[in-house]
Design a protein around this ligand. Structure first.
Ligand SMILES: [Zn+2]
Length: 219
């Protein structure tokens, strides 16, 4: 997901977070050191953009939690940093595998760094759901931002790089990130959730700009 352009507007409600209980991975410790280590081992790769087939279909499950996966995750952190993103899915560097990385702050300004394989979002009861209609952007739709209402709390379950089951919870902007990145791995971009007019507007913003990072040209 692209770095936010505007401040979050409207209220965010973290009550659900407070009552969700424990069992979530602590992805807030040693963020600086962990993110550094990943991207120093990795190599930044160019980013795929809307229209590239790899972005528009469900990715394959991760089944081998091996060195190859670890090195993919390193490359994803390097690519995320090079493109100044706060989240990146594997198909955004052309890899058809269900894994995403993130380096994102929540609604209290706390930084979260991690990787999730085979993510599945928890269904939240509609009654507990509070929508946040902040702007959203995507490294695969460079230069475009559109407001998109999403729940301001999210829980994603999956596996870490070693295959251990994990759950990650997010509030505010980080909740948006978890939903955005999981969507990617099922073949959806945030512009697929916009109205026709908003989608067109996003694509026009993209066409009018020049990405500040390397992209994969579409055929
Ligand atoms: Zn994206």
């Amino acid at each position: 997901m692209a770095r936010q352009q505007q401040e979050i507007s409207g209220e965010t409600v973290a009550e659900a977070a407070a009552t969700a209980g424990s069992g979530f991975v602590d992805d807030t410790r040693d963020c600086e050191a962990r993110e550094n280590a990943h991207r120093e081992r990795g190599t930044a790769r160019p980013i795929t953009v809307v229209g590239n087939p790899v972005l528009h279909k469900e990715c394959r499950q991760v089944t081998s939690f091996d060195d190859e996966l670890a090195s993919l995750i390193d490359d994803m952190f390097a690519s995320q940093r090079a493109a100044e993103g706060v989240g990146l899915a594997a198909n955004q560097i052309g890899v058809d595998l269900k894994v995403f990385v993130y380096d994102c702050v929540d609604d209290e300004g706390v930084r979260h760094v991690g990787a999730v394989c085979n993510p599945v979002l928890d269904e939240l009861p509609a009654a507990n759901r509070s929508l946040d209609d902040s702007n959203e952007g995507c490294l695969s739709v460079p230069g475009a931002y559109e407001a998109l209402a999403r729940p301001d709390y999210a829980v994603v379950r999956g596996q870490d790089a070693e295959g251990k089951p994990i759950a990650v919870e997010g509030t505010g902007y980080f909740a948006r990130c978890l939903q955005h990145e999981t969507d990617h791995l099922y073949g959806y971009l945030y512009i697929d959730r916009l109205s026709k007019r908003e989608r067109k507007n996003a694509l026009r913003q993209m066409a009018e700009g020049t990405p500040r990072y390397e992209t994969v040209p579409n055929e």
